[in-house]
Design a protein around this ligand. Structure first.
Ligand code: OGA
Ligand code: NI
Length: 338
C-alpha cells in the first residue's frame, strides 16, 4: 500500500468544507482559537549587509537580542541574489506539480534510516494526528554527503538551482555564526568551530502545504523546535509560519527575499541557554498553496555538542548535557529525555 499524500487528499477535498478527522487538531492547537490577531509585536528584521548602513557592533547586538528573546529573526541584505532564491523556489514548485507517480520515484525508502526523500510525515504524532503537508528532504552541502538519488531530475534545472543556492548560502551561514558568536562574547570563529566547522551538513527540506478547506482546524507542521544548529528558511509569498512568544502564537510576516533564521536546539545548548531554540509551527491556507524551503544546518552525527567551555563556570553551571548529535536526534525522535 502506498502512503497517502496530503496533496492527493487536498485534491479530493477541494469542493468540500470538511477535512478527514485525523487532520483536525485538538482545540488547544487549532489556529483559529490560539493565534494572536492584529497584534503589533513583530519578529525582528536585521540588515546583515555590512555595507556601512549598520555598523557591526549594532548588528551583533540586534542578532543577539533577537536570538535571546525570540529565537527567530528575518535577515535582509544577506547577499543571495533574488534570482538564486527565485530559481530555488521555481524548481521546487515544478517538482511538486509533477504527476504523483513521478514524485513517488523519490519516495523515502521504507527501510531507510535517513530522512532523505519525498514523504508525508517525519514524526509519529500523538493520537495519530496528521499535518497538512508533504515534503522532500535531501542534503545540499558538502558535496561529499550529497545523495543525488533524492534530487529530482525533472525539472532539468533542479540540480543547478539547488547547487547555486547551496553555494551562496554558506556565506550567509558563516556570517550568522560569526554574529551570534560575537554576541555571546566569544571570538567570531568559535561558534562555527564548535558545531563542526566546514563539516556542517546542510539538509534541505521543501514543505508543500496544499490548499486546505478548513485552515481554522488544521496545522501544517505542528509545534516544535528544530534539532539543528540554525535553520535558514525561504518561504513563498503565502504567510503561515508562527512563533510562540510570551504564551502567544505570532504570525511571521512575509518579506520578499528575506531569509528567516531559526535558532535550533544545538545553538541553545552551545550558548548554555542564552539563545533560545524557537518553538514554531505552520498554518495552512484555504485558497493557495504554501511552500517553504528550510535548510537545517546540522552537526555531523558523531560530533559532540554541549555548552561552550568558555560560557560555563562556577557561577554558571552547564544547563545541558554534552552528547553526540546522533544521540540527541535519537532521543528527540523517540521522545526520550535528553
Ligand atoms: C519545519 C518548519 C515552517 C514553515 O519544516 O521544520 O518549521 O514555515 N517549517 O514551513
Ligand atoms: Ni521547524
Amino acid at each position: 500500500m502506498e502512503v497517502e499524500r496530503v496533496q492527493s487528499i487536498a485534491y479530493l477535498s477541494k469542493c468540500m468544507d470538511t477535512i478527514p478527522v485525523e487532520f483536525i487538531r485538538a482545540e488547544n492547537e487549532q489556529p483559529a482559537i490560539t493565534s494572536v490577531h492584529g497584534e503589533v509585536l513583530e519578529v525582528p528584521v536585521v540588515n546583515i549587509g555590512g555595507d556601512g548602513s549598520e555598523d557591526e557592533e549594532n548588528v551583533v547586538r540586534m542578532v543577539a537580542e533577537a536570538a535571546s528573546k525570540w529565537g527567530l529573526f528575518q535577515v535582509v541584505n544577506h547577499g543571495i541574489p533574488d534570482e538564486v532564491i527565485e530559481n530555488l523556489q521555481r524548481v521546487g514548485k515544478e517538482f511538486f506539480e509533477l504527476p504523483q507517480e513521478e514524485k513517488e520515484v523519490y519516495a523515502k525508502p521504507l527501510d531507510s534510516k535517513s530522512v532523505e526523500g519525498y514523504g508525508t510525515k517525519l514524526q509519529k504524532e500523538v493520537e495519530g494526528k496528521k499535518g497538512w503537508v508533504d515534503h522532500l528532504f535531501h542534503k545540499i552541502w558538502p558535496p561529499s554527503v550529497i545523495n543525488y538519488q533524492f534530487w529530482p531530475k525533472n525539472p532539468h534545472s533542479y540540480r543547478v538551482a539547488n547547487e547555486e543556492y547551496a553555494e551562496k548560502l554558506q556565506a550567509v551561514a558563516d556570517k550568522l555564526f560569526k554574529l551570534l558568536s560575537l554576541g555571546l562574547g566569544l571570538e567570531g570563529h568559535e561558534m562555527k568551530e564548535a558545531v563542526g566547522g566546514d563539516d556542517l551538513i546542510y539538509l534541505l527540506k521543501i514543505n508543500y502545504y496544499p490548499p486546505c478547506p478548513r485552515p481554522d482546524l488544521a496545522l501544517g507542521v505542528v509545534a516544535h523546535t528544530d534539532m539543528s544548529t540554525l535553520t535558514i528558511l525561504v518561504p513563498n509569498e503565502v504567510p503561515g509560519l508562527q512563533v510562540f512568544k510570551d504564551d502567544h502564537w505570532y504570525d511571521v510576516k512575509y518579506i520578499p527575499n528575506a531569509l528567516i533564521v531559526h535558532i535550533g536546539d544545538q545553538i541553545e545548548i552551545l550558548s548554555n541557554g542564552k539563545y533560545k531554540a524557537v518553538y514554531h509551527r505552520s498554518t495552512v491556507n484555504k485558497e493557495t498553496t504554501r511552500m517553504s524551503w528550510p535548510v537545517f544546518l546540522e552537526p555531523s552525527p558523531e560530533l559532540e555538542v554541549g555548552p561552550h567551555p568558555k560560557l560555563v563556570g562556577d557561577d554558571n553551571p552547564p544547563k545541558y548535557k554534552t552528547k553526540k548529535y546522533k544521540e540527541y536526534v535519537y532521543c528527540k525522535l523517540n521522545k526520550l529525555p535528553q
